[in-house]
Write a protein that binds this ligand. Structure first.
Ligand SMILES: O=C(O)[C@H](O)[C@@H](O)[C@H](O)[C@H](O)COP(=O)(O)O
Length: 267
């Protein structure tokens, strides 16, 4: 049973009793958004991250979604990737491919994975170039407010330290304003070299979904979502504010347990 959602400052919270319910709600949400977007503009450009959110997206390759979603209109991107070979256990591409992407009838050239034969720096440059071409040909929308692409949906996880994509707390990558895609070589979470969308790109998306589960993330969920005042440490997840879009948090009950008013969610 889904717990009652609550809205705080334009943020929609979807809090679930179980991972099973969360996973179904996430698949319903993505499926509805994809249908609406493909009807509106003929394509659905979704960027995903790595970590536990990938298995929570796994329902998409099952019934009814496998048959009902118009997969031919999907373009899949990575909001961040580790600088490793695509067949390496650390690859976000491999994780998504093995978990669900390989079971879905995508147009193969619409899976826009990050080039693994280049350095992180060059791969970031090349990925930005690929995205620029797709904005030019209007496959990806363009923000009317920022000089950024407007993805239809970016799905992110959050680490215990509050990082999203490969944007880590107190890292200079958080200040990147001009590049759409950048790289880091000193990630505190291994592997050290990563390619990542920058904050302006994430915040230009039409929709951002942050998927977080587990009690070990509860403190950070509280810091990221609640109004905790000026003393708040650098929490990248708190910097996600789509300028012309929607932000949804998909949480399980444990991750939501330290939110202000969380007692209203308890049995
Ligand atoms: O490549 C990565 O490491 C991810 O893209 C990263 O941003 C991830 O989503 C979070 O670390 C949450 O991961 P978990 O949900 O597995 O904790």
């Amino acid at each position: 049973m889904a717990l009652p959602g609550a809205r705080r400052d334009g943020v929609e919270l979807r809090i679930h009793e179980t991972l099973e319910e969360l996973s179904t709600d996430l698949a319903d949400y993505i499926s509805d958004l994809s249908e609406m977007t493909i009807k509106e503009r003929g394509a659905f450009c979704i960027a995903i991250s790595g970590g536990s959110l990938v298995s929570l997206m796994g329902k998409l390759c099952q019934a009814p979604y496998l048959k009902t979603i118009d997969w031919g209109g999907w373009h899949v991107f990575w909001a961040d990737e580790r600088a490793v070979a695509k067949n390496h256990a650390d690859s976000n591409y491999k994780l998504a491919k093995d978990t669900f992407l390989s079971k879905i009838p995508f147009v193969p050239s619409y899976l826009h994975s990050i080039n693994d034969s280049l350095t992180a720096e060059k791969a970031a440059e090349e990925y930005e170039f690929v995205i620029r071409q797709l904005v030019r040909t209007r496959v990806i929308g363009a923000s009317e407010i920022s000089d950024c692409p407007k993805f239809d949906l970016i799905v992110l996880g959050m680490g215990c330290d509050g990082h999203v994509a490969s944007l880590f707390p107190n890292h200079s990558v958080l200040n990147e304003k001009s590049d759409w895609v950048t790289y880091i070589i000193d990630s505190p979470k291994p592997p050290p070299e990563r390619i990542t969308f920058t904050l302006p790109v994430i915040n230009s998306s039409s929709n951002v979904a942050v998927v977080v589960t587990g009690s070990n993330k509860a403190d950070m969920v509280h810091l990221a979502i609640d109004d905790v005042g000026p003393e708040c440490p650098s929490v990248p997840a708190k910097m996600i504010h789509p300028i012309d879009g929607k932000l949804l948090w998909f949480l399980d009950k444990s991750a939501a347990s330290k939110l202000d008013g969380a007692t209203q969610f308890s049995d």
